[in-house]
Design a protein around this ligand. Structure first.
Ligand SMILES: [Zn+2]
Ligand SMILES: [Zn+2]
Length: 268
C-alpha cells in the first residue's frame, strides 16, 4: 500500500525518518556494455523488475531516460500499474530499433493484456501507446550479456517469479519458496526478500519466516523489502541478525551480475 499508508497516522506513517517512506517495490539493474553504439552516447544497459504505481516517481529519482528490458514478477496492481509510464522511455528505445521487451509468465501477460487493452489489443489504435512487446518468461533470459534466471515462488495460491541475476536475487511477494528453488539461490552476495510485517498474512511472509529462509539461503547480505507500516526502520533493524537489514527506497548495491559477454567489459 506504500508508507505512509493512506488514512493512517501510526508512528511509522508519521515518522520523520526518510527510510520509513516507502514507494511500491521495484528494482533497477544497470551494467556496462561497451558495445552500445556511440550514436546513443550511453554505455549502460538498464532493466527494471516490476513497474508499480510509483514507477514514474522512482524513474525521475534515478534519472532514468531509457530502458532495455522489464521483467514482471506477477500482475498485482502494486507491481504493474506503472506500465503506462513506460511510454516516453519506449519512444526513445523505439527509435533505437524496437519496442521494450516485457518478460512475463503466460498468466501475468494475460492480465497485463487485459488491463492495458488499449496498448496490446490487435485493434489498438491509440497513437502514443507504449512501444512495448510482451515476451514469454523463460527459465533463463539473456539481456545484453546478463542472464535473468527465473526463480519460481508461491504468493498465496499463485505461482509467481523471482529472479536471480549473477550473485544477486530479488524475491518479492513470497509466501513460500518451493524446495527446488533453493538450489537456484546458492552462493549469493545479495538477496532481496520480501517480509510484510510480524502478523501472519496468507500471501506474504512475516519477518520471522523471511529471516529463517535468509538463514537457510545464507547470502552474505539479505535485504527485506515490500515492508508494511507495522515495521519501523530503525526499530526493526535493531532486532535483526547482523547480515539481514530492511531495504529502503533509493538503496544502491554493487552487484556481481555474473558472466557477461566478453565485449561487455568488466563486471560491475
Ligand atoms: Zn502481490
Ligand atoms: Zn506486492
Amino acid at each position: 500500500m506504500g508508507v505512509p499508508t493512506l488514512g493512517c497516522d501510526c508512528a511509522v506513517c508519521t515518522s520523520q525518518d526518510p527510510r520509513d517512506r516507502r514507494l511500491r517495490p521495484s528494482v533497477l539493474l544497470r551494467w556496462p556494455d561497451s558495445s552500445l553504439s556511440e550514436r546513443l552516447a550511453v554505455s549502460e544497459r538498464l532493466a527494471v523488475i516490476d513497474t508499480g504505481p510509483d514507477f514514474r516517481e522512482q524513474a525521475l529519482r534515478q534519472g532514468l531516460t531509457r530502458l532495455d528490458a522489464v521483467f514482471y514478477t506477477h500482475a498485482h496492481a502494486d507491481h504493474i500499474m506503472g506500465l503506462d509510464d513506460l511510454r516516453p522511455l519506449s519512444f526513445t528505445v523505439f527509435r533505437e530499433g524496437g519496442p521494450i521487451p516485457l518478460y512475463a509468465s503466460a498468466e501475468t501477460a494475460e492480465a497485463i493484456e487485459r488491463i492495458y487493452d488499449y496498448t496490446f489489443s490487435p485493434q489498438a489504435t491509440y497513437p502514443t501507446r507504449a512501444r512495448v512487446k510482451l515476451m514469454p518468461l523463460a527459465e533463463r533470459t539473456p539481456v545484453h550479456g546478463v542472464e535473468f534466471i527465473r526463480v519460481p515462488l508461491l504468493h498465496g495460491e499463485m505461482e509467481i517469479a523471482g529472479f536471480r541475476i549473477g550473485r544477486a536475487a530479488y524475491l518479492t511477494d513470497v509466501s513460500a519458496i518451493p524446495e527446488p528453488s533453493f538450489a537456484l539461490l546458492e552462493g549469493l552476495d545479495h538477496l532481496v526478500l520480501s517480509a510484510l510485517r510480524h502478523k501472519p498474512h496468507p500471501n506474504h511472509a512475516t519477518v520471522e519466516q523471511a529471516v529463517s529462509w535468509a538463514r537457510r539461503i545464507g547470502a552474505r547480505h539479505t535485504w527485506l523489502t515490500h515492508i508494511a507500516h507495522e515495521l519501523g526502520h530503525e526499530q526493526t533493524n535493531r532486532s535483526l541478525p547482523e547480515t539481514i537489514r530492511l531495504a529502503y527506497d533509493g538503496l544502491e548495491l554493487p552487484l556481481d551480475l555474473g558472466p557477461l559477454n566478453p565485449s561487455a567489459g568488466p563486471n560491475a
